[in-house]
Design a protein around this ligand. Structure first.
Ligand code: UDP
Length: 240
């Protein structure tokens, strides 16, 4: 697949795990470094950036269910966890002079705006970073799926999946097979044919059905987030 021109508007998906720096809660140093990279490109007006933040550093509904909790209630706890990550990111972005808005799929007027897609698009037009929290507001969904949906609805031209511990799509799991090679680019159909793990299946099929290119890249690569937002060749590009 080709890379085309530099992206105008992107959606950056950050897993909750990265926010915690491997522990439960938020690691301020990590969030600060993420914010600095986003600020670098947004303040230069190189691209408009929307962010979907996961919540795995707090709770995952499926794990709570293994410990006997009701699945849907656990999922709501997971969604609320994402909002804490959103507020942390908002705070560090504002420290470095970036205007932000948090929009949540579960209404909580004191902390965030509700998710209003056209309003989100307006914020982005004005150079604000919009951070989407509380997933889809629905149990049994994942933040990957929401990232794909938001990217489509607010007209992003790329979905950037920042990963912890892996820096792209490999022909086999590089943690199990160190000789596995990384793809620089790959088509959606090849990903399916080889059953490669790019995003969860619902997220992947939304992207494929609507030809939204995905960039899978490593969050530990130096300046990886800034480079991915700019459209530099980093990680793996998945497209048609
Ligand atoms: N979640 C949910 N609906 C959503 C998004 C998230 O129920 O639309 C819950 C689910 O329990 C999930 C948790 O929130 O495990 C944290 O989100 P996710 O696992 O996607 O975060 P990440 O893996 O990116 O940290």
């Amino acid at each position: 697949p080709g890379t085309g021109k530099p992206p105008r508007r992107v959606l950056l998906k950050l897993s909750g795990e990265v926010f915690g720096g491997g522990a439960v809660g938020v690691d301020p140093d990590v969030v600060k470094s993420i914010a600095a990279q986003i600020a670098e490109v947004v303040l230069n007006k190189e691209a408009e950036v929307a962010v979907v933040v996961g919540g795995g550093n707090f709770f995952r509904g499926a794990e709570l269910q293994h410990h006997g909790m009701d699945r849907a209630r656990g999922d709501y706890m997971g969604m609320l966890g994402t909002v804490m990550n959103c507020l942390a990111l908002q705070d560090f972005l504002e420290h470095v002079g970036v205007d932000t808005r948090v929009q949540t799929a579960i209404t909580m007027g004191q902390v965030a705006e509700p998710y209003i897609p056209r309003r989100a698009a307006r914020h982005l037009d004005k150079g604000r970073v919009v951070i989407f929290g509380a997933g889809a507001g629905m149990p049994y969904f994942t933040t990957d799926t929401v990232a794909a949906q938001r990217a489509l609805e607010i007209d992003c031209d790329r979905l950037l999946m920042g990963k912890n511990g892996v820096d792209g799509v490999y022909e086999a799991d590089p943690r199990k097979d160190p000789s596995a090679r990384k793809y620089r680019s790959i088509t959606y159909t090849e990903v399916l044919r080889q059953r490669l793990n790019v995003a969860d299946p619902a997220a992947f099929s939304l992207c494929m059905d609507n030809q939204l290119p995905i960039v899978v890249f490593g969050l530990s690569e130096p300046n990886g987030i800034a480079r991915a937002i700019r459209g530099e060749r980093i990680g793996t590009l998945v497209a048609s």
